[in-house]
Design a protein around this ligand. Structure first.
Ligand code: C5P
Length: 209
């Protein structure tokens, strides 16, 4: 049978990454954090000292991207996330990356893709769609604690403003804005542990397998 795809969307710092990795490990599926494809494209431009507002240039980089070399640690920097959300508004960049993401999604026996537009655009026929959200306050708190745990210093108010700005850019863009697919299951993790979110996702997936 065809590959079984699980689409996980939601705003920044809602917990989709942790949840996606746990699901992929549990079912033995391939996992792609599609945010890394936008980040890697942005980082290549930044590293080469190239402008972030040249769509043709960004498209060329996106078309050459090798999905097997994506390294979360190298791509996690805040400036890279900011740059990624800027080039993510460009239709030619999205077209190139979505193409690569769809090829990944077809891997057997199954795949988990997480991002902003997986259930709506990349894999509209996914077997299971989850939309993982949490209030901006909770997401800012989590992001803040994450930075602190790594020994960094972060100001909660600055992180909160950042989360809101990223939401506006991701939800407000014309091409593939962040929103739940009509057939997505909504999972609000504001008051849920990672374990509880995983169990909720598992019962939805088991019912579709
Ligand atoms: O999830 P992450 O913070 O790594 O994503 C970085 C940026 O890439 C997001 O703010 C968003 O603008 C963009 N992105 C996107 N579509 C996806 C994944 C990420 O537009 N499927």
């Amino acid at each position: 049978r065809k590959s079984f795809t699980i689409a996980i969307d939601g705003p920044a710092a809602a917990g989709k990454g942790t949840l996606s990795r746990a699901i992929a490990a549990h079912y033995g599926f391939h996992h792609l954090d599609t945010g890394l494809t936008y980040r890697a494209t942005a980082k290549a431009l930044l590293d080469a000292g190239l402008p972030l507002d040249d769509e043709k240039l960004a498209e060329t980089i996106a078309l050459e991207l090798d999905l097997s070399g994506l390294d979360r640690d190298v791509l996690s920097a805040h400036e890279i996330g900011e740059a990624a959300s800027k080039i993510a508004v460009m239709p030619a960049v999205r077209r190139a990356l979505v193409e690569a993401q769809r090829r990944f999604a077809a891997k057997e026996p199954g795949t988990v893709l997480d991002g902003r537009d997986i259930g709506t655009v990349v894999c509209p026929d996914a077997a299971v769609k989850l939309y993982v959200s949490a209030s901006p306050e909770v997401r800012a708190r989590r992001r803040h604690d994450e930075i602190a745990a790594k020994g960094g210093s972060a100001d909660y108010d600055a992180v909160f403003e950042d989360v809101k700005r990223r939401d506006e850019r991701d939800m407000g863009r014309a091409d593939s804005p962040l929103k739940p697919a009509d057939d997505a299951h909504l999972l609000d993790t504001s008051e849920m542990s990672i374990e509880a979110a995983f169990q909720a996702a598992r019962s939805l997936i088991d019912a579709a397998l």
